[in-house]
Design a protein around this ligand. Sequence first.
Ligand code: 13P
Length: 241
Amino acid sequence: AANWKMNKTPTETKTFGAELRRILPKGRWCEIVLCMPAICIPAGVKALRDTRVSIGAENMYYETYGAYTGEISAPMLVDAGVKYVILGHSERRAMGETDGDINKKLIAALEAGLTPILCVGESLEQRKSGITFEHITMQLKQDFQNIPPEQLRRIVVAYEPIWAIGTGKTASAEQAQEVCEGIRAVIRKIYGARPARAVSILYGGSMNAKNCAGLLAQPDIDGGLIGGASLKPDFGQIVNA
Ligand code: 13P
């Protein structure tokens, strides 16, 4: 999954779509998602129609409609052709989004039929203090409040250590595997073995065409959430890897 963040205009989206189509990844067995700014979504949906690439949003609001100036709801995204939505990205948490908000957004996204990509991860201070697992367990427990096991299977979890985002400092394959394994264990504890096996866990944080193979080879890493390296068509190389 690509996370473009606040990059690309609708016109650039159209060009990217045409380029990606040409080198379209051979990986028929994997899901490909481009999460883009809301204003680019119509252009993205059009440019990648009839391909295996799904379009995702980077955020949404939990209410369906009403007086929430500037917000976009899950049913609006669905109507525009969106299949996935990133929720709880650390860049949004840093702007004040709480686990309570993220929980409400998860419930609203699932209700509308979207597949949420829930982001969790620790800061450098938390890692240094040895509380990575405690922090991520707490995030998961709060974000999953009132979400039943049959819904849990439809959620994708992305482990994104904050210190690895946009810094060029990727977590080592071992570090990333250790936390992703821990995330699966937390899910197993809350929901049981089957949902834990079924849930997709992505790694995100400076993943690129060079380092992706080692990360993706880990048993508990099912894919990537890619920021900077998803802005160029070599995103296709990552998909092929
Ligand atoms: P980078 O790949 O640019 O480090 O960003 C990762 C990320 O935040 C994806 O959501």
